[in-house]
Design a protein around this ligand. Structure first.
Ligand code: ADP
Ligand code: MG
Ligand code: MG
Length: 890
C-alpha cells in the first residue's frame, strides 16, 4: 500500500525499483530519465512525483498529502547533494526545472518552467558563481515570464510586448543582443506587470515557487486543452500526469553552450540519418517556439538545405561527437528511433529527454522494415510496432507529379502528404468550415496547443514561423496531417482576415494546396494520383498476413469499392448492403411503387422492373470478387426511408403508376413511423412482403449462376437476413431463400454453393443464438445496431451527449467507434459461444464499423471470430490490426 510517491534519479540515486521505469507510474519522461541515468548517460539529477499522486491530488479536491510534502523535501536534498548547491541559497543557488510528463507525450499538459529557484537574492548569487551577470538576469527574466504564464495564468503577450519594446528602443534585432543591464531593467518591468495583473508581488519564496509549479502541473491534467487532446487520442481521464523536478543545466551560458532537439532517424521519411536542430546560447523552448530560427545538426543537412549558419557538427565537433555516440547507444538500447532533447553547458553534453519518436506512417514503415534488415528487431516486432491507424495516411492520394503547380512560396517540409482546401486563419473557424463539409487549410503564424482542434479539423497546416520540430510540425506528423512550417513568405492580417503568400493577396476561404513533402504552397487545387502500395508497405503487410489468423473482408456495395478493397487485400465481402442500390433515380420510382402498392399485382410489376437491375448489380460485384465469399444482406432499412419526400416526388410517382396523388399520400401517411429504427425494417420486411426478399434472392442466384457460366469462378453468396430476433423468423426466411435457389438452379440447369445466415444485432438474438444457429449457417455481428439496441442509444442522436460522456470517463471511448467490450462484447462472446455449441463449423464475423477499429479487432481475436469486415480504406488497417491481435494472443 505504501508505494513510493517520489523517485529520485541521476547523481547517486539507485534506479533499481522497477516501478521507477514503469511509464504508468513515473510517466514517459520520468521513466526514460531514470533509464538513461541507469545506463550511465549524463542526466542532470532530479526526482519524479508519480502519476498516482496526481490522481490522488485531483480526487482529494486539489490537496497535497503531508506524505508528499515530506517526500519532496527529502528528494530535493538528493538533488542538492548531487549538484553541491542548495535550493534558495543566495550565495550559490540550486535551480530546477519543473516538467510535466504523462504516460504518453501530451501537448495539452503544462509547459515546463525553467530556472525555478531564482529570486531577487539568488539571481545575484548566480551572477557571481557563473561569472556571467548577463546570463543570470536573462535566466531570471525567462523564469518570471514562464512562471507567470504557466503557473499564474497571466497573459504572456504582456511580457513579450515589454521585451519587444525594449529591443526596439535599443535598436536590437535578436534577444542575444541585450546586455546584463538591459535584462535587469526588464526584470523590473516584468515584476511590475506581475504585481499589476496578479495583484501580488512575484513569489520570492523558492518553496512557494516549487509547490506552485507542482500544483500547476497536476491541475493541467484537467485543463480544457488536455481534455480535448485526450478525447482525440483516446487517453483515459484517470491516468494522471507525473511531475519531474530536475537540476537545471544551462544552454544559455554563452557561445560554448547550446540546446537542441534531435531524432536518431528522419521522422518524416524514415531515412537512417541523424536529424535535428539546435541553437547556440539558448534555453529550452527557444528551439521549438520559433523565436529564433534554429540551425541544423549535421553538416549534410545544412548543405542540403543551402543554409549558412554552422551546423552543430561543425560548430561544436566535440559535443556533437558525444551526441552521436549517445544516439547510437540509445537506439540500440530502446531498439527504436529516439526523439531526444539535450543541452550543452560550456561544452558538456546533458541529456534531458528521450522517447520513441513520433513519425509519419511512411517513416514508420521504412524504419520497421529497415530495422528488421539491420537485425535490430524481429518481423513480429516490426508488425507490432506500426500503428495500424497511421496506415490511413499512405492509402490516400498524393499530388500528381505531372500537374501544373502555381507555387506561391516554399516553407519547410514538416509533415508529408498533399492537402488542398480553403484557407482559414484560426482553429475555431477551421472547425466551423469543416463541420459544414468544407476542406480547410489552417494558416497560422505558428500553432500552439490551443489550436489542436482546428488542426484536427483541417486537411493541412501552414505556418509562417517555426522549424521542423515546431509545435505545428510535431503535432501534424502525429496526426498525419500534411504540414508546411516556417514559410516566411506568408504574412497574415488577422484583423482583416486576409493574408499574403509570396506576392499573392488572398483571403479566408480562398483555395490553396500544400505539398508537405517539399514544402511548396500552391494556388488553387492541384490534382492528385493514387498511392503506391508496393515497397515497404507491401513488405510489412506480407509479414502481417503471415501472422494473422482472422480473415479480413470488406464492407462494399459497388464494383468500384470492391475493386479498391481487393487492391487493399480484402478476402471477401463481409457486408454488401442492398438498399443503396435502390436509391438511384430510376429505381427509386419502382421501389416507391412497390412499397406504396396496395395489391400484390402492382407490387409484383414494380419488382419485375427491379429484378434485372439487382441482378446486374450482383453480377458486376461477383465478377470482381471472383471466387471469394460475399455476404449480401437482404433489404434492411425502414420502408419509411424510401417514401416520397415532396409534391414533385408524388406527382412523378402518380404519372408512373396511374394512381392519384391523394391516394398515394394517404398510403404514405399510413406507412409513416414514429421510430423507424425500431419499426418496420429488417427481416420484418421479408416476413410481411416476402416478394421483396424473393426478388433479391432470385437476383443473387441468377447472377451467381451467370458468373459461374461465364468465368467459371462463382462467388460464394452468403445470404444474410437482418434484424432477426427469433429462430422462427430465420426459419421462415431461410425456407424462402432455399425455395428460390432451387427454382433458379432448375431454370439455369446449374447450381452454386451458398449459405444462409443472419446478423446478430439485437440483444434477443444474442441471447437466443444457440437456437438461431440451428437455422443459420453463419452469424455476422452487426455491432452498430447491437450497440444501439444494447445501450438504448441512438447513434444518430448521440453526438450531443457522447463527447461529455467520454470526457467524464463514463465511456473510455465512443462505443460506436470502439466496441464496448465489457457490455456489448459480452453479448458477442456469448452468442459466438452458443452458436458454436449448436453448429461447430458456424462462420463468425463482424461487419459493424468496429470491424475497422484496432481495439475492437483485438477483441474479435479474443472471442475467436473467423473474420472482420471493414470499409475498403480500412482493410489494410484491419489486416495489420488482426496480425497484432494474433501476436498479442500468443
Ligand atoms: P516538453 O514536454 O514540452 O518537451 P520538457 O519538460 O521536455 O517539455 O521541457 C522542454 C525543454 O526545456 C527541454 O527540451 C529542455 O530544453 C528544457 N529543459 C527542461 N528541463 C531542463 C533542465 N533541467 N535543464 C535545462 N533545460 C531544461
Ligand atoms: Mg513544451
Ligand atoms: Mg520535452
Amino acid at each position: 500500500m505504501s508505494e513510493k510517491t517520489v523517485y529520485p534519479f541521476g547523481g547517486s540515486a539507485s534506479h533499481d525499483d522497477t516501478r521507477q521505469k514503469d511509464k504508468e507510474v513515473t510517466g514517459g519522461k520520468g521513466a526514460n530519465l531514470a533509464e538513461m541515468a541507469s545506463i550511465g548517460l549524463p542526466v542532470p539529477p532530479g526526482f519524479t512525483i508519480t502519476t498516482e499522486e496526481c490522481v490522488r491530488y485531483l480526487q482529494e479536491g486539489a490537496d497535497f498529502s503531508d506524505g508528499l510534502r515530506s517526500d519532496v523535501a527529502k528528494a530535493l536534498t538528493h538533488i542538492e547533494s548531487a549538484v553541491g548547491k542548495s535550493f534558495g541559497d543566495s550565495a550559490d543557488p540550486l535551480l530546477v526545472s519543473v516538467r510535466s510528463g504523462a504516460r504518453v507525450s501530451m501537448p495539452g499538459m503544462m509547459d515546463t518552467v525553467l530556472n525555478l529557484g531564482l529570486n531577487d537574492a539568488t539571481v545575484e548569487g548566480l551572477a557571481t558563481t557563473s561569472g556571467d551577470e548577463r546570463f543570470a538576469w536573462d535566466s531570471y527574466r525567462r523564469f518570471i515570464q514562464m512562471y507567470s504564464d504557466v503557473v499564474l495564468g497571466l497573459d504572456h503577450g504582456l511580457f513579450e510586448e515589454a521585451l519587444e519594446i525594449a529591443k526596439e528602443d535599443n535598436g536590437f534585432y535578436a534577444d542575444t543582443e541585450l546586455s546584463a543591464d538591459d535584462w535587469k531593467t526588464l526584470v523590473g518591468e516584468f515584476k511590475s506587470i506581475v504585481e499589476q495583473e496578479w495583484g501580488k508581488p512575484f513569489p520570492q519564496d523558492v518553496n512557494e515557487q516549487l509547490w506552485g509549479a507542482i500544483r500547476a502541473v497536476f491541475d493541467s491534467w484537467d485543463s480544457d486543452r488536455a481534455k480535448v487532446y485526450r478525447r482525440l487520442n483516446d487517453i483515459p481521464a484517470d491516468w494522471g500526469t507525473a511531475v519531474n523536478v530536475q537540476a537545471m543545466v544551462f544552454g544559455n551560458m554563452g557561445e560554448t553552450s547550446a540546446t537542441g532537439v534531435a531524432f536518431t532517424r528522419d521522422p518524416a521519411t524514415g531515412e537512417r540519418a541523424y536529424y535535428g536542430e539546435y541553437l547556440i546560447n539558448a534555453q529550452g523552448e527557444d528551439v521549438v517556439a520559433g523565436i529564433r530560427t534554429p540551425q541544423y545538426l549535421t553538416k549534410v543537412a545544412r548543405e542540403n538545405a543551402g543554409a549558412k549558419p554552422l551546423s552543430m557538427e561543425e560548430a561544436m565537433p566535440d559535443a556533437y561527437g558525444e551526441l552521436a555516440r549517445v544516439f547510437d547507444l540509445l537506439e540500440n538500447h530502446y531498439r527504436d528511433m529516439q526523439d531526444i532533447e539535450f543541452t550543452v553547458e560550456r561544452g558538456k553534453l546533458w541529456m534531458l529527454q528521450t522517447r520513441s519518436g513520433k513519425r509519419t506512417a511512411k517513416a514508420a514503415l521504412k524504419m520497421a522494415v529497415e530495422m528488421v534488415g539491420e537485425g535490430l528487431i524481429t518481423k513480429e516486432e516490426a508488425v507490432a510496432r506500426v500503428d495500424p491507424m497511421a496506415l490511413d495516411q499512405l492509402l490516400h492520394p498524393t499530388l500528381d507529379p505531372d500537374a501544373e503547380r502555381s507555387v506561391l512560396t516554399t516553407g519547410l517540409p514538416a509533415s508529408p502528404g498533399a492537402a488542398s482546401g480553403k484557407i482559414v486563419l484560426d482553429a475555431d473557424t477551421a472547425e466551423v468550415f469543416a463541420s459544414r463539409g468544407d476542406k480547410v487549410i489552417l494558416v497560422r503564424v505558428e500553432t500552439s496547443p490551443e489550436d489542436i482542434h482546428g488542426m484536427h479539423a483541417a486537411q493541412g497546416i501552414l505556418t509562417a514561423r517555426g522549424g521542423m520540430t515546431s509545435h505545428a510540425a510535431v503535432v501534424a506528423r502525429g496526426m498525419g496531417r500534411p504540414c508546411v512550417s516556417g514559410a516566411s513568405g506568408v504574412s497574415i492580417d488577422r484583423a482583416g482576415r486576409t493574408l499574403r503568400i509570396g506576392s499573392q493577396e488572398l483571403k479566408e476561404g480562398d483555395e490553396i494546396t500544400l505539398d508537405g513533402a517539399n514544402g511548396q504552397v500552391m494556388l488553387g487545387i492541384v490534382p492528385t494520383v493514387d498511392p503506391e502500395l508496393a515497397g515497404d508497405f507491401g513488405t510489412l503487410m506480407e509479414w502481417a498476413d503471415a501472422l494473422r489468423r482472422m480473415r479480413v473482408r470488406t464492407n462494399a456495395e459497388t464494383p468500384d469499392d470492391c475493386r479498391m478493397a481487393r487492391q487493399f487485400g480484402a478476402e471477401g465481402i463481409g457486408l454488401c448492403r442492398t438498399e443503396h442500390m435502390f436509391f438511384d433515380a430510376r429505381r427509386i420510382r419502382a421501389v416507391r411503387q412497390m412499397i406504396l402498392a396496395e395489391d400484390e399485382k402492382t407490387r409484383l410489376s414494380a419488382l419485375d422492373q427491379l429484378l434485372p437491375e439487382q441482378r446486374g448489380d450482383f453480377a458486376a460485384i461477383f465478377e470482381v470478387m471472383a471466387g471469394l465469399p460475399c455476404t449480401i444482406r437482404l433489404l434492411d432499412p425502414p420502408l419509411h426511408e424510401f417514401l416520397p419526400h415532396n409534391d414533385e416526388d408524388f406527382e412523378d410517382l402518380a404519372d408512373a403508376t396511374g394512381l392519384g396523388v391523394d391516394h398515394l399520400k394517404r398510403r404514405a401517411d399510413e406507412l409513416h413511423e414514429f421510430n423507424p429504427m425500431l419499426g418496420h425494417r429488417g427481416c420484418r420486411l421479408g416476413i410481411t412482403f416476402p416478394e421483396i426478399y424473393e426478388m433479391q434472392a432470385r437476383a443473387i442466384f441468377e447472377a451467381a449462376c451467370a458468373v459461374q457460366k461465364s468465368s467459371g469462378e462463382a462467388p460464394l453468396p452468403e445470404i444474410m437476413i437482418p434484424l432477426v430476433a427469433t429462430r422462427k423468423e430465420l426459419a421462415i426466411l431461410r425456407a424462402l431463400v432455399d425455395r428460390v435457389a432451387k427454382t433458379v438452379f432448375e431454370e439455369q440447369g446449374t447450381e452454386v454453393a451458398y449459405l444462409v445466415g443472419t446478423m446478430i444485432e439485437l440483444p434477443r438474438a444474442a441471447l437466443m443464438a444457440g437456437e438461431i444457429a440451428e437455422e443459420g449457417e453463419f452469424f455476422s455481428f452487426g455491432t452498430n445496431d447491437l450497440t444501439q439496441t444494447t445501450l438504448g442509444v441512438s447513434r444518430d442522436d448521440s453526438a450531443k451527449f457522447l463527447a461529455p460522456y467520454v470526457d467524464k470517463g463514463i465511456f473510455a471511448r465512443d462505443p460506436f467507434v470502439s466496441l464496448d467490450v465489457e457490455g456489448v462484447g459480452q453479448l458477442v462472446d456469448m452468442a459466438a459461444e452458443s452458436g458454436r455449441v449448436t453448429r461447430p463449423d458456424i462462420k463468425l464475423g463482424i461487419c459493424g464499423e468496429h470491424g475497422g477499429d484496432p481495439a475492437s479487432i483485438a477483441f474479435c481475436e479474443e472471442v475467436n471470430l473467423d473474420y472482420v469486415s471493414a470499409s475498403p480504406y480500412r482493410v489494410p488497417i484491419a489486416r495489420l490490426a488482426a496480425a497484432q491481435a494474433a501476436l498479442a494472443a500468443d
